[in-house]
Design a protein around this ligand. Structure first.
Ligand code: HEM
Length: 503
């Protein structure tokens, strides 16, 4: 019989090697199952993506998910297996099936965003992450704050802030050869959304104090994506992450929301004002709601979401449109002519009049198509019983999405998909008669679509029109500005532009 002393002499590797071998064998067996017998095995796509979650996680963590999905659809067609349990589609009918309103709660394609709750993040209790029932309840209370009437009430404040941007750019143009417009768009979007949400801006356009903080807040999305990626490949790693320096860094990024959080708390403490800001309207709508109301934590989370969702997205579109215009002289001249001919004075640029500029709207649509501010798909889960999507039967529990960038850049949906041709949106040009415009949905569709799209569109029209009315723009960048990584949203490089005053 072995003595206790001799047992303690057994090296630790004696136990570790078999455990490592078992884990390895388990993954190999699972990978073989995934590519051969798994219910999704018949769908096209690269074997490595079908076998394990790692290629998907790698693309996500390296900011290449949206562009990789685009390449995969180019190679494999309108449906691609992008992970062991995930399919990506690009056709418009898939958008309707996956995202549209459904009568029965049990047939809803629920959000697959559980992992985003991994970080202690300030939007955890918002509509963005809520389950079906809570989402419907909150969205009903929030919707009136985004009505046409509310937008009309907001107009003078947005006009004031955009005018301030123009004044600042005029000052800058006198002393600086080139100005990073991406940064100035970001300050403007931030001031507009803070004013729209709380009834007062952060004065970023005036006061440089908040500017470094705003430059960092865009990185919060990256932190959330990185944390969720870690969880998807190795759930236990997330426990470790909390103890590691990277974990601390991620948490620090998320903590940057606290400045917004404090502003929301102050506002709730003082109660709604007469000014029709989003938060006051939500508080009033909540008080009048006959059904279950929002808790204070949900109001806080949603107000924080308005700021987080309405800044980087608007900045992206303004920067990409500015860049595309400077690279396409014909489009730039046509747009300048439309804007400068329509107004004798830029004070006359009301939301109503700007909405009548068809070429401006077409340019915005085309920039949203070529460089959608949220380029990745928005994953959902197939409800119990399974569902037919784009002609394919898909089993229950499969994660499915329409990849926004892959759909908008697909030759299946658009002629010359990689070219910047706003005319395709005017519907009068026979060359683009076969374009499937409904496949381009940068604001998504259905009950969870973008609630702020009208505010966003008006703000973008106003900024672009005012800039083109005051300045000629030149871009001397040598490299392609739109080659950027994305972490749910594009990371965005500086956009140096020479502004030449024309008045
Ligand atoms: C170019 C501008 C914008 C784009 C492309 C955009 C895009 C989107 C998309 C695709 C969604 C759906 C997300 C999902 O299903 O997970 C969304 C949701 C949302 N957006 Fe926007 N957005 C923009 C501007 C804004 C603005 C200015 C606001 C202002 C408050 C805003 C507030 C929201 C909110 C609150 C949601 C969540 C809606 C819900 O879950 O019911 N967005 N946005």
């Amino acid at each position: 019989m072995q003595s206790v002393a001799s047992m303690t002499e057994i090296p630790w590797t004696y136990y570790v090697y078999p455990i490592v071998a078992l884990i390895f064998l388990y993954h190999v067996a699972k990978a073989i199952y995934n590519v051969t017998w798994h219910p999704l095995a018949r769908f096209p796509g690269p074997r490595s993506f079908a076998a394990s979650q790692f290629p998907y996680a790698y693309c996500h963590a390296s900011g290449q998910l949206a562009t990789t999905f685009h390449s995969l659809h180019q190679k494999y067609g309108p449906v691609v297996r992008t992970a062991p349990n995930e399919l990506s589609f690009i056709e418009a009918d898939a958008l309707r099936t996956i995202y549209a309103e459904r009568r029965k709660a049990c047939s809803v394609f629920g959000k697959n965003y559980d992992t985003f709750n991994e970080t202690r993040n300030q939007i955890s209790n918002s509509v963005f992450l809520a389950g079906h029932g809570d989402h419907a309840r909150m969205r009903k209370i929030i919707n009136p704050a985004f009505s046409d009437r509310a937008l009309r009430d907001q107009e003078p404040h947005i006009q004031y802030l955009v005018q301030k941007l123009i004044t600042r750019l005029e000052e800058q143009a006198k002393t600086n050869g080139e100005i990073d417009l991406n940064q100035w768009y970001n300050y403007t979007a931030f001031d507009v959304i803070a004013d729209t949400t709380f009834g007062e801006p952060f004065n970023t356009l005036e006061d440089p104090k908040y500017q470094p903080w705003i430059n960092l807040i865009g990185k919060t999305w990256k932190a959330i994506v990185l944390a969720s990626t870690m969880k998807s490949i190795a759930p236990p790693v997330t426990l470790l992450r909390k103890l590691l320096p990277t974990g601390l860094i991620l948490q620090k990024e998320v903590d940057k929301f606290d400045l917004i959080l404090n502003r929301v708390k102050e506002k709730i403490a003082h109660g709604p004002t007469e000014k029709a800001d989003l938060l006051s309207l939500v508080i009033k709508s909540n008080a009048n709601s006959a059904k279950e109301k929002m808790a204070e934590s949900e109001i806080i989370s949603n107000a924080t979401l308005f700021v987080a969702a309405g800044t980087e997205t608007v900045t992206t579109l303004l920067s990409s449109l500015t860049y595309l215009l400077t690279r396409h002289e014909r489009v730039m001249s046509k747009l300048i002519r439309e804007v400068r001919d329509a107004f004798l004075d830029d004070c006359a640029m009301t939301f109503q009049k700007l909405a009548q500029l068809d070429y401006l709207s077409a340019c915005i649509q085309e920039a949203l198509r070529l460089f959608p501010p949220i380029p990745e798909g928005l994953p959902r889960l197939v409800p119990p019983g399974g569902e037919r999507i784009s002609g394919y039967w898909v089993p229950a529990g499969t994660a499915v999405q329409v990849s926004i960038l892959a759909a908008t850049l697909s030759p299946t949906n658009f002629k010359d998909p990689e070219s910047f041709i706003p005319e395709r949106w005017l519907k009068s040009d026979p060359r683009f008669a076969a374009d499937k415009l409904e496949a381009c949905q940068p604001f998504s569709v259905g009950p969870r679509n973008c609630v702020g799209q009208n505010i966003g569109l008006m703000e973008m029209r106003l900024v672009m029109a005012k800039i083109l009315w005051r300045f000629d723009l030149r871009c001397h960048l040598q490299e392609e500005w739109m080659d950027q990584p994305s972490y749910l949203l594009w990371e965005k490089k500086p956009l140096p532009i020479e502004l030449i005053p024309v008045r």
